[in-house]
Design a protein around this ligand. Structure first.
Ligand SMILES: Cc1cc2nc3c(=O)[nH]c(=O)nc-3n(C[C@H](O)[C@H](O)[C@H](O)COP(=O)(O)OP(=O)(O)OC[C@H]3O[C@@H](n4cnc5c(N)ncnc54)[C@H](O)[C@@H]3O)c2cc1C
Length: 382
């Protein structure tokens, strides 16, 4: 890949303009309306955002993780809307298993329309019975002639109501009830027997989140990704990318809180002084900066490692811990920013109010904090 620092600068300029013109003026309305227009996918595709990190022959633009993280971080900092970004980029959790393990035919069928913003992709792992214990999932896919027949339920699925494709985790081995009986399959969402229900949430209001039932859904067996019963490792591998991207987003949200709190603290006067001149407030702002700096350095280092091809056990452990660190930084900064804004921080329309409501999903989704620590410990040989 021939990627230079100038490429990153040019890309970030484009993203900055896109955020300013196409996203920021609308985020509050989209939050209030609990959704954003489907046309936004095509707008994002048009400037190459959806295709970042995907091969050219499938309609993408190969780009290193460092640049992709910088894009996520900037979008989060400018929009302060995790719900918007979660749905607009849900293909970044749905497509990678297809890219890595799907047949060339399935890749050609699914990936180009999604990167063009014409179709929407999602990932379906979590079930009503649990999301952390992936090895225990119950949705089944039974082989019947040239098809699999899928029965079960998925829940909390991002882009679940609108998606055209869902990369679905299913149990293909009726005997093996553990990790060894799981497969991944690309399911077209216009198949008969799929019923979707929108869910209402504490935050991420702009995001489409669904409960999905599969009732005798027939999918061609050629949609299986990789080998049958080998899906668990694919799912775990996919989580690494999701967690790294979530860390970049969390960092951007932590910055958005700092930006808003600093601007407010300079402007607002109490007892004859700007807030920023009160030592307690200044110290809060420095604590926020400290969390941003530590997260930034760790994120950049892990981005460099994966760009250099290092995805070993230590890297995986670090990604898990970074996800916890970055989301804790986001949480602490959201708390500090709301406090500095006072009553205004409790009002709809401020960035920190939304981020304060959105932080819990960042600490739970894509692997909850406790699971991150367990996984990091295991990867470290403990
Ligand atoms: C808005 C939103 C969007 C989402 N989008 C998607 C999506 O697109 N696709 C998808 O597949 N999933 C999605 N999820 C699901 C998310 O990944 C799960 O919520 C998450 O993995 C946790 O699973 P759970 O909610 O079932 O909690 P559980 O697994 O039931 O865990 C509940 C709590 O117990 C803790 N816990 C569990 N086991 C242990 C243990 N051994 N030791 C200590 N503590 C433990 C967990 O850390 C957690 O705090 C989304 C969730 C939300 C809220």
């Amino acid at each position: 890949m021939n990627w230079t620092a100038q490429d990153t600068t040019a890309l970030l300029d484009t993203v900055e303009r896109f955020a300013r013109e196409a996203l920021v003026p609308h985020v509050n309305d989209w939050d209030a309306a609990a959704g954003f227009p489907r046309a936004l996918y095509q707008q994002a595709a048009h400037i190459g955002l959806l295709g970042l990190g995907y091969p050219e022959h499938l309609g993408g633009t190969p780009a290193p993780w460092r640049a992709r993280n910088a894009v996520s971080q900037l979008l989060a900092r400018r929009t302060a809307s995790g719900g918007l970004l979660a749905s607009l980029f849900s293909h970044n959790i749905g497509l990678p298993p297809i890219l890595k393990h799907g047949s060339p035919e399935v890749q050609a069928q699914v990936i180009p329309p999604v990167l063009a913003g014409e179709q929407i992709a999602a990932l379906g792992i979590t079930e009503p019975g649990g999301g952390s214990d992936v090895a225990n999932l119950r949705t089944t896919a039974r082989r019947d002639g040239a098809d699999y027949v899928i029965d079960g339920e998925k829940t909390f699925i991002t882009s679940g109501v609108r998606c055209d494709w869902i990369t679905l985790a299913v149990r293909t081995d009726a005997v093996n009830k553990g990790a060894g009986g799981i497969s991944l399959i690309a399911v077209p969402c216009d198949a008969k027997g799929i019923e979707r229900t929108a869910l209402h949430k504490m935050g991420w209001h702009a995001s489409d989140t669904a409960h999905i039932r599969f009732d005798g859904v027939r999918v061609p067996a050629r949609h299986l990704l990789g080998e049958e019963h080998k899906g668990f490792r694919m799912i775990m591998g996919n989580f690494n990318g999701e967690r790294l991207a979530m860390s970049a987003l969390a960092l951007g949200f932590a910055e958005a809180c700092h930006d808003e709190a600093l601007a407010w603290a300079r402007e607002r006067k109490t007892f004859g002084q700007a807030l920023v001149e009160h030592q307690v407030v200044r110290h809060k702002l420095m604590d926020m900066r400290m969390r941003i700096a530590s997260t930034q350095h760790w994120l950049d280092a892990l981005g460099d490692h994966i760009d250099a091809g290092d995805e070993g056990a230590d890297w995986v452990a670090n990604v898990c811990l970074l996800k916890n660190h970055s989301t804790q930084a986001m949480q602490a900064n959201a708390d500090a920013a709301v406090q500095i804004l006072g009553g205004m921080g409790f009002m709809r329309g401020t960035a920190c109010e939304r981020i304060y409501r959105e932080v819990k999903v960042m600490m739970i989704g894509g692997g909850a904090e406790e699971i991150m620590k367990e996984l990091a410990a295991r990867q470290s040989g403990l």
